[in-house]
Design a protein around this ligand. Structure first.
Ligand code: ATP
Length: 241
């Protein structure tokens, strides 16, 4: 008799645990929104107000919990190395994002010895955050024509939300021309993920050129970044940088 009661008790206990775990999963999947994390990669040489403004607008649009800035060691698609050192670029981003609690900074790509591929970075963050988190990757509209040359671009489109943002001086993002290459579903996904960010006409190249010519750049930089550049004499000469 005692044995039967023991068996019944175990049966009810196990059934309760299974029921609870199914109900919990259903609740999470049906009613709780997934976490959304946006990753913003670039050389940030240096980071400027265009970067932070579009990142803030994209975070708002996506409903992202945070935006993680990921300075890259060097772009696999750019011929030249960044003008400023890894440490300086990292320090300037830290200064530029300090007053926005949604902004974070990662040295994941800087720690690598080889150029990093976006697909690898996205997969690492996805593994860190787990399957319940949606990963978004932000890129400016100037990147569109380079996309077919990105390593593992098809997997990248499939595995994350690749968001292309408006950029001053560029056509509004349009992926129709890639239909034959990637298929209509991927093109539709990219189109859905276009973000109409404010048009802020600035670039790191223009800032480096102005600094090398001894011109003022304070209207394009967060004040602590401008101070840092002045303090360490960055971007003073085109040849050296
Ligand atoms: P450079 O002039 O050295 O090429 P950049 O200003 O384009 O630099 P990156 O560090 O290369 O800056 O940019 C990182 C990412 O931010 C890229 O995806 C780029 O398209 C995007 N981006 C940079 N500036 C803007 C801007 N003003 N508006 C929208 N997107 C931008």
């Amino acid at each position: 008799m005692l044995f039967i009661i023991f068996l019944l008790a175990n049966f009810f206990l196990i059934s309760f645990v299974i029921f609870f775990s199914i109900a919990h999963n259903l609740l999470v999947n049906c009613f709780m929104a997934k976490r959304k994390i946006a990753l913003f990669g670039g050389t940030f040489d240096p980071i400027h107000l265009g970067h932070t403004a579009v990142a803030a607008a994209a975070a708002e649009h996506i409903g992202a919990e945070k935006i993680i800035f990921i300075p890259t060691k060097r772009s696999p698609l750019k011929d030249s190395l960044p003008a400023a050192s890894d440490d300086d670029r990292f320090a300037m981003i830290a200064l530029a994002i300090a007053d926005n609690s949604k902004f974070q900074l990662s040295d994941r790509e800087l720690k690598k010895t080889e150029p990093s591929y976006t697909l690898e970075t996205v997969r690492q963050f996805q593994a860190d955050y787990g399957g319940d988190t949606l990963i978004y990757w932000l890129a400016g509209a100037d990147s569109i024509d380079e996309l077919p040359r990105w390593y593992g671009i098809v997997e990248l489109i499939d595995e994350c939300n690749l968001c292309v943002m408006f950029r001053a001086g560029c056509e509004p993002p349009d992926f129709a021309k890639f239909t034959a290459l990637w298929g209509p579903q991927r093109v539709e996904k990219l189109q859905q993920n276009v973000i109409k960010t404010p048009l802020i006409d600035m670039s790191s190249t223009e800032i480096r050129n102005r600094l090398a010519a001894g011109r003022d750049v304070t209207d394009m930089l967060a004040p602590p970044v401008a101070d840092y550049i002045r303090k360490y004499g960055l971007y003073q000469s085109k040849a050296k940088n």
